[in-house]
Write a protein that binds this ligand. Sequence first.
Ligand SMILES: Nc1nc2c(c(=O)[nH]1)N[C@H]1C(S)=C(S)[C@@H](COP(=O)(O)OP(=O)(O)OC[C@H]3O[C@@H](n4cnc5c(=O)[nH]c(N)nc54)[C@H](O)[C@@H]3O)O[C@H]1N2
Ligand SMILES: Nc1nc2c(c(=O)[nH]1)N[C@H]1C(S)=C(S)[C@@H](COP(=O)(O)OP(=O)(O)OC[C@H]3O[C@@H](n4cnc5c(=O)[nH]c(N)nc54)[C@H](O)[C@@H]3O)O[C@H]1N2
Ligand code: SF4
Ligand SMILES: [Mo]
Length: 726
Amino acid sequence: MSGNNEIITACRGCHGGCMHILTVSDGRVTGVRPDPDGPLNRGRACIKGMTVIEQMYHPDRLLYPLRRTGPRGGGSWGRISWDEAYGLIAEKTRGLTDAHGPECIALTTGTGRHHMSQFFRFGNVLGTPNVTSSGAIVCLAPRVTAGQYTAGVFAGVDYYGDARPAGILVWGANPAISGADGELQWFVKDAARAGTHLIVVDPRPTELAQMAECWLRIRPGTDGALALCILGILLGEGLYDRGFAENHTVGLDALRQRCMAYPPGRVAGITGIPEAEIRRAAHLIASVKPLSLEWGCAHEHSPNAFQTCRAIFMIPALTGNWDVPGGFVASMQIAPTANPLFDRLDHSAATKVMCGDYPWMKGAAGPKLWAHPYDIFEAMQSGKPYRIRGLFSHANNSLLSMPGAKHVRRGLAALEFFVYMDFFMTPTAEYADIVLPAAMWPEIDSLFCMPEFGERALLTMQKAVQTGECKSDEEFFMELCRRMGLDYGAENQSEILDEQLAEMGRSYPRYRGIDFEKMKELHYIAPERRYRRYETEGFQTPSGKFELYCASLESIGIDPLPYWDETALRSPSAMPTKAYPLSMTTGGRIQPYFISNGRQIRSLRKTAPFPLVTLHPDTAAAHGIAEGDWVWIETPAGRITQKASLQPGMDPSVVNCEMGWWYPEAGPPGYGWDESNANILTDGKPPYDPVMGSYALRGLCCRIEKNENCRIEERYYATYGKGLGP
Ligand SMILES: Nc1nc2c(c(=O)[nH]1)N[C@H]1C(S)=C(S)[C@@H](COP(=O)(O)OP(=O)(O)OC[C@H]3O[C@@H](n4cnc5c(=O)[nH]c(N)nc54)[C@H](O)[C@@H]3O)O[C@H]1N2
Ligand SMILES: Nc1nc2c(c(=O)[nH]1)N[C@H]1C(S)=C(S)[C@@H](COP(=O)(O)OP(=O)(O)OC[C@H]3O[C@@H](n4cnc5c(=O)[nH]c(N)nc54)[C@H](O)[C@@H]3O)O[C@H]1N2
Ligand code: SF4
Ligand SMILES: [Mo]
């Protein structure tokens, strides 16, 4: 790879989807600019994508494998070769699986990244069912599963179809920043500027909430009640599409009956939204056509995740917007992901998955199994129901993103063997035995297709350069399996990508014969959208209809109609009390960082150097807190500090903490993992969602107090120099 050339590839600085043109000189990326032909970004990019050179060649980037040389968590490391790393990992893993069974090894990952389905393949080939994630049950899976049970398919906004969306219901999402998949931020802003009506359900006055025709300032954790109330108004006042409801749904009367338990008067009390505002929103939803839904993870971070998602999913459909131009359109399902080889996991191993009794985790919706993150970290400590002794962590800074950070830390400290792969050393990496250097997006061959925007394009990610000894996670899985004598089912990555493309050719004959080499020339594929497929093909559900009442849920002991369970908000971690009088929510994505990434990248950090806790000025004043003061936020689980950002639009009883904060400048050991980390405030304990196992990261209770002696800013400026302030 020498000389000068340009390579077009998909960015995965977030979930991904923008296409960029990389200039490569002598094996290094020297330039990056957004590709005007990128179907999802059309020449646009964000700061995370445009700083990729700084990220790739950052002096702290992991460039070769490391072996821990001191005590676990102590921060001392020595360089080893890949050959030694594979040898050590194979030997130790084999030793543990021979002695205790493959299920004593757990795998963790985070949000959906390029390697997700091969991460599963790795687990299945190793023979462990204990595969878990800090995302999944609290991120996208409840939405997708709700879509599958209800309509047989997931759906998204038809931004650039045959008609423009006239309205978008933005629910528990802040897509102008979060994307939620990066490039969607352009779509939603384009739509808002072009006059699309916005109806926003969010406790914070986000940019979109402020532009909205109707902003419902919801009390965290109460989304399900609001969704059922809106459905009740639509059904009660006849504000729904009768043709669609009568011909293409099942359970209309049963749903109408169910919604009667959520009258606007009662729901106003639950959600804190005035009754008249709820009615106005429902009327707007019914009158604006085509209307679509842009929803996020907020209501998935809750023990009511699944049924709330079901209820919200029904709103655009019942109002006549299902699969119409500019509406809420069914996913195109262009290309499948890499085959996860679920058939490799033998039945007796599968029954040992640590997932409690949650049907989705046990594979009720398909062959996929998930372990519950809380149970996995518990089993590392207590050995119950059996001990987790080894861990492979790929793209998961568990101490920051898993619920109950202290519990996670105790689990990591008790491991016998821990392999961690990332771009940088992180607080979680410190607990590892072996740390491996992961490739970034310009260093990887892969295919990209995300469901949120209806899977409207398949994009090529192609390896432009090799940096240090970094490898993709997929290369690691494949080679380790080879060394362990396990059949990974493919010799190299292009074989797997070619298989995915061959599968695409079977469902889209137009694309038959396209292999990965060809995709590198094409850069992307975007099939023409077909609308209203349900009219001729029905829905891919057991009844062939859109299932308001879902008999397959009933058959696994789950309520076939959506409901909202108030008791979740009465748990000790959620119910405001005298000791913890405020309602707290976490998250609220910010532009420069993807979850816990990027705090060491100076161009990013200087745009948002410190974590912000957002609160109403009166709430701040009552605690002697002024704008920019450091604040202690405390829950029954622990306390952290963040900097006050006063927002008059907030409900005075609600505060919002940013998530993902650690401080690379604090150095080892610890890197300030517990100073501002929102998951010190969560405990990850039940109540859980009865279908998905989802836990509360929002809708918790807390108290606040001014932090008089915070040294975080001082340390930051001492490390990075003056002039990097906000
Ligand atoms: N720049 C950037 N982009 C990202 C990410 C990132 O870290 N940075 N993360 C990616 C990931 S993993 C995901 S899942 C998506 C998430 O994207 P989003 O779903 O947009 O997630 P957040 O911004 O955390 O939360 C969305 C909104 O929920 C509001 N909220 C808080 N509690 C509640 C509640 O109880 N109910 C309702 N209705 N709203 C509530 C918050 O105020 C916030 O404005 O973004 C992805 N994109
Ligand atoms: N309190 C609270 N907790 C939350 C959330 C919240 O809103 N509030 N959001 C939740 C949600 S929606 C999600 S999806 C999860 C996300 O959680 P995660 O996806 O686990 O996010 P991170 O903790 O940032 O860990 C990702 C790590 O992977 C590294 N990485 C990135 N790409 C790669 C790669 O290709 N290979 C490898 N090996 N490493 C890579 C990054 O450098 C980073 O250190 O967090 C959840 N946790
Ligand atoms: S939005 Fe995401 S895909 Fe687009 S440039 Fe930013 S990081 Fe890359
Ligand atoms: Mo997520």
